[in-house]
Design a binder for this molecule. Structure first.
Ligand SMILES: *Cc1c(COP(=O)(O)O)cnc(C)c1O
Length: 394
């Protein structure tokens, strides 16, 4: 057995082996999965914009006008009008002076954290932050203090202990696998008290939280106090790429020092144009955000009525924590048999012992189909002996 074979075998034996499933057609509330029709409950295309006709047309038109690729990094020859236009619109939407596009949310986090913290300084990171933040901290070569999830007291303790070496506090706004929200008011206060910068990742908050979907920072009324707001164009905005919103000075600094910006090709014009069209739709039709919230609430209520613990959050991300990987994947398969696709999430995406089904609602689902999916989840979970056998409410 080669070392690769034995490592793959290890993954299979521990229930952590993953495989790709094939979705046919565009993302939508219902898709064909490996050839079978299913209700899609694990897409981050929360507002249903990835397949929106105006967004598709914008991408197609940009491909015809600007070409398929940008050809180089922005600093060499890849900077085009669509990039500049989208940055201006994103900054205005988020209430910031400026924005800088990155190739993806992963690249935005890795580049921004490493630019803002270096050897000898300390980054403070929530224990449930996204993997791209974890990797950003590693790449920064700063010391990383991982504070307990959402625990401002623990963070405060860490900041005191760092004694002035603190450079950056970084947190997801809405946590990607739990759907709960960071205590942003506390983070902003602590950043101020300790002279640290604050960075918030709005990957799951943009398009979902705050007035008109402006995100968790706007929801908390903290626009002026968060130094960098990072977000992706690949989730609610239905395209691909990412951005960092900041002051003009900080943007200029990132543009010069964030290695994932400097050394990577600019976003392809069709992705940029698609994101811009999505942003315009979001601004013109804020009712999409309301529908997403109502759908998330319906899904949560439906699961609770089945006696299932849907976590403490209130966002469109609705976790059903089951513990071990085995039962989690068994429930995922039972749900698939019933025509519901919600992915089982296992380590290292979540901490060991906290495997879960991560449901995510979309604005384009019907409330009735979400309630039915919740009922099916209850039925399948009881079949597997995973919850009380009697629903708490009908
Ligand atoms: C998805 C995600 C990212 C990565 O964004 P991509 O554009 O998909 O690379 C970063 N942060 C969080 C919290 C995410 O959920």
């Amino acid at each position: 057995m080669t070392d690769i074979e034995s490592r793959l075998e290890e993954l299979r034996e521990s229930g952590l082996h993953r495989r790709l499933r094939l979705v046919e057609g565009a993302q939508g509330p219902r898709v064909l999965l490996d050839g079978r029709p299913v209700l899609l409950l694990c897409s981050n295309d929360y507002l249903g914009l990835a397949g929106h006709p105006r967004v598709r047309e914008a991408a197609a038109a940009a491909a015809l006008e600007w070409g398929a690729g940008a050809g180089a990094s922005r600093l060499i020859s890849g900077n085009m009008t669509p990039h500049r236009r989208l940055e201006q619109r994103l900054a205005a939407f988020k209430g910031y002076e400026s924005a800088l596009l990155f190739g993806s949310g992963y690249l935005a986090n890795v580049g921004t954290i490493a630019a803002l913290a270096g050897r000898g300084s300390v980054v403070f990171s929530d224990e449930l932050n996204h993997a791209s933040i974890v990797d950003g901290c590693r790449l920064a070569r700063a010391e990383t203090f991982v504070y307990r999830h959402g625990d401002a007291e623990h963070l405060d303790w860490g900041l005191r202990r760092a004694g002035g070496r603190g450079a950056l506090i970084v947190s997801d706004g809405v946590f990607s696998m739990d759907g709960d929200t960071a205590p942003l008011g506390d983070l902003a206060r602590l950043a101020r008290e300790h002279g640290c910068r604050l960075m918030v990742d709005e990957a799951h908050a943009t398009g979902a939280l705050g007035p008109g979907g402006r995100g968790s920072v706007a929801a908390a009324g903290l626009g002026g106090e968060v130094d960098v707001v990072v977000g992706t164009l690949g989730k609610a905005l239905g395209a691909y790429g990412a951005y960092a919103c900041a002051s003009a000075e900080l943007r200029e600094y990132l543009l010069n020092t964030a290695r994932s910006f400097v050394f990577s090709t600019a976003l392809p014009p069709p992705a940029v144009a698609a994101a811009l069209a999505s942003l315009e739709l979001l601004e013109a039709e804020p009712a999409r955000v309301e529908r997403l919230r109502a759908n998330a609430a319906a899904l949560r209520e439906g699961l609770r009525a089945q006696g299932l613990d849907a976590g403490g959050g209130a966002s469109q991300i609705v976790p059903l924590e089951l513990g071990e990987a085995g039962p989690t994947m068994a429930l995922c398969e039972r749900l698939l048999e019933r025509g519901v696709f919600a992915q089982g999430i296992r380590p290292p995406t979540v901490p060991p012992g906290s495997s879960r089904i991560r449901f995510s609602a979309m604005a384009t689902h019907e409330e009735t189909e979400l309630r039915e999916a919740a009922r099916l989840a209850g039925e399948a979970a009881r079949e597997l002996g995973l919850v009380p056998t009697v629903p708490l409410a009908a």
